[in-house]
Write a protein that binds this ligand. Structure first.
Ligand code: SAJ
Length: 415
Protein backbone atom coordinates (compact mmCIF):
# COMPACT_ATOMS: atom_id res chain seq x y z
CA UNK A 1 0.00 0.00 0.00
CA UNK A 2 2.75 2.50 0.83
CA UNK A 3 5.17 1.37 -1.89
CA UNK A 4 7.31 4.32 -2.95
CA UNK A 5 6.22 6.53 -5.83
CA UNK A 6 9.20 6.56 -8.19
CA UNK A 7 7.50 7.41 -11.44
CA UNK A 8 4.51 9.63 -12.23
CA UNK A 9 2.56 9.90 -15.46
CA UNK A 10 0.78 13.25 -15.88
CA UNK A 11 -1.97 13.29 -18.51
CA UNK A 12 -2.64 16.77 -19.93
CA UNK A 13 0.27 19.24 -20.17
CA UNK A 14 -1.64 22.50 -20.02
CA UNK A 15 -1.75 25.31 -17.47
CA UNK A 16 -1.99 22.81 -14.58
CA UNK A 17 -0.45 19.57 -15.82
CA UNK A 18 2.82 21.02 -17.10
CA UNK A 19 3.76 23.01 -13.97
CA UNK A 20 2.72 20.07 -11.78
CA UNK A 21 4.81 17.64 -13.84
CA UNK A 22 7.82 19.96 -13.76
CA UNK A 23 7.61 20.57 -10.02
CA UNK A 24 7.34 16.84 -9.24
CA UNK A 25 10.31 16.19 -11.55
CA UNK A 26 12.26 18.91 -9.74
CA UNK A 27 11.93 16.79 -6.59
CA UNK A 28 13.88 13.98 -8.28
CA UNK A 29 10.94 11.80 -9.35
CA UNK A 30 10.74 10.46 -12.92
CA UNK A 31 7.85 12.15 -14.67
CA UNK A 32 6.43 11.38 -18.05
CA UNK A 33 3.97 13.97 -19.31
CA UNK A 34 1.35 13.06 -21.89
CA UNK A 35 -0.46 15.35 -24.28
CA UNK A 36 -2.52 14.95 -27.45
CA UNK A 37 -0.72 17.92 -29.02
CA UNK A 38 2.43 16.81 -30.83
CA UNK A 39 3.57 20.42 -30.92
CA UNK A 40 3.30 20.76 -27.13
CA UNK A 41 5.14 17.46 -26.65
CA UNK A 42 7.99 18.49 -28.96
CA UNK A 43 8.27 21.94 -27.38
CA UNK A 44 8.54 20.47 -23.89
CA UNK A 45 11.12 17.88 -24.97
CA UNK A 46 13.24 20.77 -26.24
CA UNK A 47 13.08 22.16 -22.69
CA UNK A 48 10.71 24.96 -23.73
CA UNK A 49 7.11 25.84 -22.82
CA UNK A 50 4.01 26.41 -24.94
CA UNK A 51 2.15 28.46 -22.30
CA UNK A 52 2.96 31.70 -20.53
CA UNK A 53 3.42 31.43 -16.77
CA UNK A 54 6.14 33.23 -14.79
CA UNK A 55 9.28 31.10 -14.25
CA UNK A 56 7.72 27.98 -15.77
CA UNK A 57 10.25 28.01 -18.62
CA UNK A 58 13.15 27.75 -16.16
CA UNK A 59 11.62 24.91 -14.15
CA UNK A 60 10.70 22.93 -17.29
CA UNK A 61 14.11 23.46 -18.83
CA UNK A 62 15.86 22.25 -15.68
CA UNK A 63 13.58 19.20 -15.38
CA UNK A 64 14.09 18.23 -19.03
CA UNK A 65 17.85 18.82 -18.90
CA UNK A 66 18.26 16.56 -15.87
CA UNK A 67 16.24 13.88 -17.68
CA UNK A 68 13.58 13.79 -14.95
CA UNK A 69 10.80 15.13 -17.23
CA UNK A 70 9.89 13.78 -20.65
CA UNK A 71 6.80 14.39 -22.77
CA UNK A 72 5.09 11.83 -24.99
CA UNK A 73 1.76 11.29 -26.72
CA UNK A 74 1.08 7.86 -25.15
CA UNK A 75 0.96 7.05 -21.42
CA UNK A 76 3.54 4.71 -19.94
CA UNK A 77 3.54 2.47 -16.90
CA UNK A 78 4.03 4.46 -13.68
CA UNK A 79 3.32 4.29 -9.96
CA UNK A 80 0.94 7.25 -10.00
CA UNK A 81 -1.20 8.75 -12.75
CA UNK A 82 -2.43 12.34 -12.56
CA UNK A 83 -5.18 13.54 -14.87
CA UNK A 84 -5.19 17.29 -15.60
CA UNK A 85 -7.42 17.64 -18.65
CA UNK A 86 -10.08 20.27 -19.41
CA UNK A 87 -13.62 19.88 -18.06
CA UNK A 88 -15.60 22.44 -20.05
CA UNK A 89 -19.37 22.51 -20.30
CA UNK A 90 -21.33 21.45 -23.32
CA UNK A 91 -24.79 22.45 -24.57
CA UNK A 92 -27.21 23.36 -21.79
CA UNK A 93 -24.22 24.21 -19.53
CA UNK A 94 -23.82 20.53 -18.73
CA UNK A 95 -20.38 19.25 -17.70
CA UNK A 96 -18.43 17.64 -20.51
CA UNK A 97 -16.45 14.69 -19.11
CA UNK A 98 -15.27 13.46 -22.51
CA UNK A 99 -11.65 14.51 -21.87
CA UNK A 100 -11.61 12.55 -18.60
CA UNK A 101 -13.09 9.56 -20.40
CA UNK A 102 -10.38 9.83 -23.10
CA UNK A 103 -7.68 10.03 -20.40
CA UNK A 104 -9.14 6.92 -18.72
CA UNK A 105 -9.00 5.05 -22.03
CA UNK A 106 -5.41 6.17 -22.59
CA UNK A 107 -4.06 5.12 -19.17
CA UNK A 108 -6.13 1.95 -18.64
CA UNK A 109 -3.81 -0.39 -20.59
CA UNK A 110 -0.84 0.77 -18.47
CA UNK A 111 -2.40 0.29 -15.03
CA UNK A 112 -0.92 -2.20 -12.59
CA UNK A 113 -1.73 -3.38 -9.10
CA UNK A 114 -0.70 -0.77 -6.49
CA UNK A 115 -1.10 2.24 -8.82
CA UNK A 116 -2.94 5.39 -7.80
CA UNK A 117 -4.97 7.47 -10.26
CA UNK A 118 -5.59 11.07 -9.23
CA UNK A 119 -8.08 13.34 -10.95
CA UNK A 120 -6.89 16.97 -10.68
CA UNK A 121 -9.34 18.47 -13.19
CA UNK A 122 -12.13 20.51 -11.65
CA UNK A 123 -15.08 18.15 -11.84
CA UNK A 124 -18.78 17.86 -11.03
CA UNK A 125 -19.76 15.79 -8.00
CA UNK A 126 -19.57 12.10 -8.90
CA UNK A 127 -16.92 12.43 -11.64
CA UNK A 128 -14.20 10.62 -9.66
CA UNK A 129 -16.52 7.66 -9.05
CA UNK A 130 -17.36 7.75 -12.75
CA UNK A 131 -13.65 7.69 -13.60
CA UNK A 132 -13.16 4.67 -11.35
CA UNK A 133 -16.16 2.93 -12.97
CA UNK A 134 -14.77 3.61 -16.47
CA UNK A 135 -11.36 2.22 -15.47
CA UNK A 136 -13.04 -0.86 -13.96
CA UNK A 137 -14.92 -1.42 -17.22
CA UNK A 138 -11.70 -1.11 -19.24
CA UNK A 139 -9.63 -3.31 -16.91
CA UNK A 140 -11.79 -6.20 -15.68
CA UNK A 141 -8.60 -7.96 -14.49
CA UNK A 142 -8.00 -5.32 -11.78
CA UNK A 143 -10.17 -4.20 -8.87
CA UNK A 144 -11.04 -0.52 -8.33
CA UNK A 145 -12.52 1.26 -5.30
CA UNK A 146 -15.96 1.41 -6.90
CA UNK A 147 -16.13 -2.39 -7.31
CA UNK A 148 -13.71 -3.79 -4.70
CA UNK A 149 -14.48 -5.17 -1.25
CA UNK A 150 -11.55 -4.08 0.92
CA UNK A 151 -8.33 -2.83 -0.61
CA UNK A 152 -8.56 -2.30 -4.39
CA UNK A 153 -5.73 -3.07 -6.82
CA UNK A 154 -5.82 0.51 -8.11
CA UNK A 155 -6.53 3.50 -5.85
CA UNK A 156 -8.55 6.44 -7.18
CA UNK A 157 -8.77 9.95 -5.69
CA UNK A 158 -9.68 13.53 -6.54
CA UNK A 159 -7.30 16.32 -5.63
CA UNK A 160 -8.55 19.48 -7.32
CA UNK A 161 -6.00 21.97 -8.57
CA UNK A 162 -6.46 25.40 -7.00
CA UNK A 163 -3.56 27.50 -8.29
CA UNK A 164 -3.98 31.05 -9.53
CA UNK A 165 -2.73 31.71 -13.07
CA UNK A 166 0.25 34.04 -12.81
CA UNK A 167 1.27 32.54 -9.44
CA UNK A 168 1.11 28.86 -10.31
CA UNK A 169 4.59 27.74 -9.25
CA UNK A 170 4.35 29.34 -5.81
CA UNK A 171 0.77 28.24 -5.17
CA UNK A 172 1.44 24.66 -6.33
CA UNK A 173 3.86 24.28 -3.46
CA UNK A 174 2.39 26.56 -0.81
CA UNK A 175 -1.37 26.05 -1.08
CA UNK A 176 -3.14 23.54 1.16
CA UNK A 177 -4.56 20.62 -0.80
CA UNK A 178 -7.88 18.86 -0.40
CA UNK A 179 -7.46 15.15 -1.11
CA UNK A 180 -10.63 13.16 -1.60
CA UNK A 181 -10.17 9.44 -2.10
CA UNK A 182 -13.04 7.17 -3.03
CA UNK A 183 -11.99 5.30 0.12
CA UNK A 184 -9.68 6.26 2.99
CA UNK A 185 -6.95 4.04 1.57
CA UNK A 186 -7.20 5.93 -1.72
CA UNK A 187 -6.80 9.27 0.08
CA UNK A 188 -3.75 8.04 1.96
CA UNK A 189 -2.12 6.72 -1.19
CA UNK A 190 -2.73 10.02 -3.04
CA UNK A 191 -1.43 12.01 -0.06
CA UNK A 192 1.88 10.17 -0.38
CA UNK A 193 2.43 11.85 -3.76
CA UNK A 194 1.43 15.36 -2.66
CA UNK A 195 3.80 15.16 0.30
CA UNK A 196 6.63 15.04 -2.22
CA UNK A 197 6.08 18.63 -3.40
CA UNK A 198 3.41 20.40 -1.32
CA UNK A 199 4.47 22.48 1.68
CA UNK A 200 0.86 23.40 2.51
CA UNK A 201 -1.33 21.04 4.51
CA UNK A 202 -2.80 18.00 2.72
CA UNK A 203 -6.29 17.58 4.13
CA UNK A 204 -8.09 14.33 3.55
CA UNK A 205 -11.80 13.95 2.80
CA UNK A 206 -13.92 11.86 0.44
CA UNK A 207 -14.03 12.32 -3.34
CA UNK A 208 -17.49 13.91 -3.53
CA UNK A 209 -16.67 16.49 -0.85
CA UNK A 210 -13.37 17.33 -2.57
CA UNK A 211 -15.24 17.82 -5.85
CA UNK A 212 -17.78 20.15 -4.28
CA UNK A 213 -15.07 21.96 -2.28
CA UNK A 214 -13.35 23.05 -5.48
CA UNK A 215 -16.61 24.09 -7.11
CA UNK A 216 -17.49 25.98 -3.93
CA UNK A 217 -14.24 27.96 -3.98
CA UNK A 218 -14.81 29.21 -7.51
CA UNK A 219 -18.53 29.78 -6.99
CA UNK A 220 -17.81 31.78 -3.85
CA UNK A 221 -15.58 34.06 -5.91
CA UNK A 222 -18.12 34.26 -8.73
CA UNK A 223 -20.95 35.23 -6.38
CA UNK A 224 -18.78 37.91 -4.78
CA UNK A 225 -17.71 39.33 -8.15
CA UNK A 226 -21.37 39.33 -9.22
CA UNK A 227 -22.17 41.37 -6.12
CA UNK A 228 -19.52 43.92 -7.15
CA UNK A 229 -20.71 43.94 -10.77
CA UNK A 230 -24.31 44.46 -9.72
CA UNK A 231 -23.20 47.30 -7.42
CA UNK A 232 -21.39 48.97 -10.33
CA UNK A 233 -24.61 49.02 -12.36
CA UNK A 234 -26.62 50.33 -9.39
CA UNK A 235 -24.00 53.05 -8.85
CA UNK A 236 -24.16 54.12 -12.52
CA UNK A 237 -27.91 54.51 -12.14
CA UNK A 238 -27.56 56.54 -8.94
CA UNK A 239 -24.58 58.53 -10.25
CA UNK A 240 -22.20 57.32 -7.55
CA UNK A 241 -18.55 56.35 -8.06
CA UNK A 242 -18.57 52.60 -7.38
CA UNK A 243 -14.83 52.41 -6.63
CA UNK A 244 -15.09 55.10 -4.03
CA UNK A 245 -18.16 53.41 -2.59
CA UNK A 246 -16.39 50.04 -2.32
CA UNK A 247 -13.31 51.61 -0.71
CA UNK A 248 -15.56 53.16 1.94
CA UNK A 249 -17.62 50.02 2.55
CA UNK A 250 -14.43 47.95 2.84
CA UNK A 251 -13.34 50.10 5.78
CA UNK A 252 -15.82 48.03 7.78
CA UNK A 253 -13.88 45.25 9.54
CA UNK A 254 -16.12 42.49 8.23
CA UNK A 255 -16.78 43.74 4.68
CA UNK A 256 -14.60 42.91 1.68
CA UNK A 257 -16.35 43.73 -1.59
CA UNK A 258 -14.41 42.54 -4.65
CA UNK A 259 -13.79 44.56 -7.82
CA UNK A 260 -16.34 45.08 -10.57
CA UNK A 261 -15.09 44.53 -14.10
CA UNK A 262 -16.27 43.96 -17.67
CA UNK A 263 -17.44 40.43 -16.78
CA UNK A 264 -15.85 37.23 -15.52
CA UNK A 265 -13.48 35.37 -17.81
CA UNK A 266 -11.16 32.41 -17.79
CA UNK A 267 -12.05 28.77 -18.00
CA UNK A 268 -12.67 28.23 -14.28
CA UNK A 269 -14.81 30.77 -12.49
CA UNK A 270 -17.09 31.32 -15.49
CA UNK A 271 -17.60 27.56 -15.87
CA UNK A 272 -17.41 25.71 -12.55
CA UNK A 273 -20.49 27.23 -10.84
CA UNK A 274 -22.60 25.73 -13.65
CA UNK A 275 -21.54 22.25 -12.44
CA UNK A 276 -23.25 22.97 -9.13
CA UNK A 277 -26.31 24.35 -10.93
CA UNK A 278 -26.41 21.21 -13.08
CA UNK A 279 -26.28 18.94 -10.00
CA UNK A 280 -28.92 20.88 -8.03
CA UNK A 281 -30.85 23.10 -10.45
CA UNK A 282 -33.74 23.89 -8.10
CA UNK A 283 -31.54 24.65 -5.12
CA UNK A 284 -28.63 26.58 -6.67
CA UNK A 285 -30.57 29.81 -7.13
CA UNK A 286 -27.99 32.33 -6.00
CA UNK A 287 -25.14 30.56 -7.78
CA UNK A 288 -27.11 30.60 -11.05
CA UNK A 289 -28.08 34.26 -10.63
CA UNK A 290 -24.46 35.23 -9.99
CA UNK A 291 -23.45 33.53 -13.24
CA UNK A 292 -26.20 35.40 -15.07
CA UNK A 293 -25.18 38.75 -13.56
CA UNK A 294 -21.53 38.23 -14.51
CA UNK A 295 -22.37 36.90 -17.97
CA UNK A 296 -24.58 39.96 -18.53
CA UNK A 297 -21.89 42.50 -17.69
CA UNK A 298 -20.18 42.54 -21.13
CA UNK A 299 -23.50 43.51 -22.79
CA UNK A 300 -23.87 46.34 -20.30
CA UNK A 301 -20.37 47.62 -21.19
CA UNK A 302 -21.08 47.32 -24.93
CA UNK A 303 -24.19 49.50 -24.49
CA UNK A 304 -22.17 52.07 -22.51
CA UNK A 305 -19.62 52.30 -25.34
CA UNK A 306 -22.33 52.55 -27.99
CA UNK A 307 -23.91 55.47 -26.16
CA UNK A 308 -20.50 57.19 -25.91
CA UNK A 309 -19.87 56.56 -29.63
CA UNK A 310 -23.15 58.25 -30.53
CA UNK A 311 -21.53 61.63 -29.78
CA UNK A 312 -19.10 61.18 -32.69
CA UNK A 313 -19.59 60.80 -36.42
CA UNK A 314 -17.24 57.83 -36.69
CA UNK A 315 -15.17 57.52 -33.53
CA UNK A 316 -11.94 55.63 -33.06
CA UNK A 317 -12.55 53.31 -30.11
CA UNK A 318 -9.49 51.95 -28.29
CA UNK A 319 -9.98 48.80 -26.20
CA UNK A 320 -7.26 48.56 -23.57
CA UNK A 321 -6.63 44.87 -22.86
CA UNK A 322 -7.94 41.64 -24.36
CA UNK A 323 -6.77 39.09 -21.77
CA UNK A 324 -9.23 37.73 -19.22
CA UNK A 325 -7.35 39.44 -16.40
CA UNK A 326 -4.30 41.55 -15.65
CA UNK A 327 -0.77 40.70 -16.74
CA UNK A 328 -1.41 37.41 -18.50
CA UNK A 329 -1.60 36.49 -22.20
CA UNK A 330 -4.59 34.16 -21.82
CA UNK A 331 -7.50 35.28 -24.02
CA UNK A 332 -9.67 32.22 -23.40
CA UNK A 333 -13.24 33.07 -22.35
CA UNK A 334 -12.19 36.69 -22.03
CA UNK A 335 -15.01 39.22 -21.72
CA UNK A 336 -12.65 41.81 -23.21
CA UNK A 337 -12.37 39.83 -26.45
CA UNK A 338 -16.17 39.52 -26.65
CA UNK A 339 -16.63 43.24 -26.05
CA UNK A 340 -14.01 44.31 -28.62
CA UNK A 341 -15.52 41.94 -31.19
CA UNK A 342 -19.09 43.12 -30.54
CA UNK A 343 -18.00 46.76 -30.94
CA UNK A 344 -16.27 45.99 -34.24
CA UNK A 345 -19.24 43.96 -35.49
CA UNK A 346 -21.63 46.80 -34.58
CA UNK A 347 -19.56 49.02 -36.91
CA UNK A 348 -20.05 52.12 -34.78
CA UNK A 349 -16.48 53.27 -35.37
CA UNK A 350 -12.94 52.01 -35.94
CA UNK A 351 -11.76 49.70 -33.20
CA UNK A 352 -8.17 49.53 -31.96
CA UNK A 353 -6.99 46.83 -29.56
CA UNK A 354 -4.07 47.32 -27.18
CA UNK A 355 -2.81 44.07 -25.69
CA UNK A 356 0.86 44.21 -24.67
CA UNK A 357 1.00 40.46 -23.93
CA UNK A 358 0.29 39.21 -27.45
CA UNK A 359 1.93 39.81 -30.83
CA UNK A 360 -1.01 39.01 -33.09
CA UNK A 361 -4.78 39.15 -32.81
CA UNK A 362 -6.73 35.93 -32.23
CA UNK A 363 -8.42 34.63 -35.39
CA UNK A 364 -11.87 35.78 -34.35
CA UNK A 365 -10.67 39.41 -34.16
CA UNK A 366 -8.45 39.36 -37.25
CA UNK A 367 -9.51 41.83 -39.93
CA UNK A 368 -12.00 43.45 -37.57
CA UNK A 369 -9.60 45.73 -35.70
CA UNK A 370 -5.97 46.78 -35.49
CA UNK A 371 -3.63 45.58 -32.75
CA UNK A 372 -1.67 48.71 -31.82
CA UNK A 373 0.62 50.04 -29.12
CA UNK A 374 -0.73 52.08 -26.23
CA UNK A 375 0.88 55.26 -27.61
CA UNK A 376 -0.64 54.69 -31.03
CA UNK A 377 -4.10 54.17 -29.49
CA UNK A 378 -3.76 57.27 -27.33
CA UNK A 379 -2.78 59.35 -30.34
CA UNK A 380 -5.78 58.21 -32.37
CA UNK A 381 -8.76 57.35 -30.19
CA UNK A 382 -11.81 59.37 -29.22
CA UNK A 383 -13.26 56.73 -26.91
CA UNK A 384 -11.04 54.78 -24.53
CA UNK A 385 -12.44 51.58 -23.03
CA UNK A 386 -10.37 50.06 -20.20
CA UNK A 387 -11.08 46.34 -20.21
CA UNK A 388 -8.04 44.94 -18.39
CA UNK A 389 -5.91 46.51 -15.66
CA UNK A 390 -2.54 45.46 -17.12
CA UNK A 391 0.43 47.06 -15.33
CA UNK A 392 1.50 49.28 -18.29
CA UNK A 393 -1.98 50.83 -18.36
CA UNK A 394 -1.68 51.81 -14.70
CA UNK A 395 1.07 54.26 -15.64
CA UNK A 396 -1.32 56.32 -17.79
CA UNK A 397 -1.51 59.94 -16.71
CA UNK A 398 -4.72 61.93 -16.54
CA UNK A 399 -3.41 64.49 -19.06
CA UNK A 400 -2.94 61.66 -21.61
CA UNK A 401 -6.62 60.78 -21.48
CA UNK A 402 -8.01 64.26 -20.80
CA UNK A 403 -9.64 64.72 -24.19
CA UNK A 404 -11.07 61.21 -24.47
CA UNK A 405 -14.39 59.79 -23.46
CA UNK A 406 -13.26 57.12 -20.98
CA UNK A 407 -15.19 54.00 -20.03
CA UNK A 408 -13.17 52.51 -17.23
CA UNK A 409 -14.51 49.06 -16.33
CA UNK A 410 -11.56 48.29 -14.01
CA UNK A 411 -11.38 51.46 -11.94
CA UNK A 412 -7.95 52.37 -13.28
CA UNK A 413 -8.67 56.08 -13.01
CA UNK A 414 -10.85 55.89 -9.92
CA UNK A 415 -8.51 57.73 -7.58
N1 SAJ B 1 -12.43 39.29 -11.47
C1 SAJ B 1 -13.17 40.45 -11.29
N2 SAJ B 1 -13.15 41.04 -10.06
C2 SAJ B 1 -12.41 40.56 -9.02
C3 SAJ B 1 -11.66 39.38 -9.22
C4 SAJ B 1 -11.68 38.77 -10.45
O1 SAJ B 1 -13.86 40.93 -12.21
O2 SAJ B 1 -12.43 41.17 -7.95
C5 SAJ B 1 -12.45 38.62 -12.79
C6 SAJ B 1 -11.07 38.57 -13.46
O3 SAJ B 1 -10.81 39.75 -14.16
C7 SAJ B 1 -11.24 37.37 -14.37
C8 SAJ B 1 -12.14 36.43 -13.54
O4 SAJ B 1 -12.77 37.25 -12.58
O5 SAJ B 1 -11.89 37.72 -15.57
C9 SAJ B 1 -11.43 35.29 -12.85
O6 SAJ B 1 -10.18 35.73 -12.33
P1 SAJ B 1 -9.62 35.27 -10.91
O7 SAJ B 1 -8.30 35.91 -10.71
O8 SAJ B 1 -10.63 35.49 -9.87
O9 SAJ B 1 -9.51 33.68 -11.03
P2 SAJ B 1 -8.85 32.64 -12.07
O10 SAJ B 1 -9.93 32.18 -12.99
O11 SAJ B 1 -7.60 33.16 -12.67
O12 SAJ B 1 -8.44 31.47 -11.04
C10 SAJ B 1 -9.44 30.90 -10.20
C11 SAJ B 1 -8.89 30.84 -8.77
N3 SAJ B 1 -9.96 30.54 -7.83
C12 SAJ B 1 -10.19 31.28 -6.72
O13 SAJ B 1 -9.53 32.26 -6.47
C13 SAJ B 1 -11.26 30.85 -5.82
C14 SAJ B 1 -7.78 29.79 -8.69
O14 SAJ B 1 -7.32 29.62 -7.36
C15 SAJ B 1 -8.27 28.46 -9.24
O15 SAJ B 1 -7.26 27.45 -9.19
C16 SAJ B 1 -8.67 28.69 -10.69
O16 SAJ B 1 -9.76 29.62 -10.70
C17 SAJ B 1 -9.06 27.36 -11.30
O17 SAJ B 1 -8.24 26.79 -12.04
O18 SAJ B 1 -10.13 26.83 -10.97
Amino acid sequence: MSAAINKVCVVGLGYIGLPTAAVIASRGIDVVGVDVSEKAVNTINEGKVHIVEPDLDMVVQAAVTTGKLRATMTPEKADAFMIAVPTPFKEGKKPDLSYIRAAAEAIAPQLEKGNVVILESTSPVGATEQLSAWLAELRADLSFPTNAQGQPDVFVAHCPERVLPGHVLRELVENDRVIGGISEQCSEKAKQLYHVFVRGECIVTNARTAELAKLTENSFRDVNIAFANELSIICDKLNINVWNLIRLANRHPRVNVLNPGPGVGGHCIAVDPWFIVDSAPEEARMIRTAREVNDGKPDYVIEQVKRAADDFKRPVIACLGLAFKADIDDLRESPAVGIAKALADADIGDVLAVEPNISELPTKLEGKMELVSLDNALARCNVLVVLVDHTPFKALRMDEIAKKVVIDTRGLFSQ
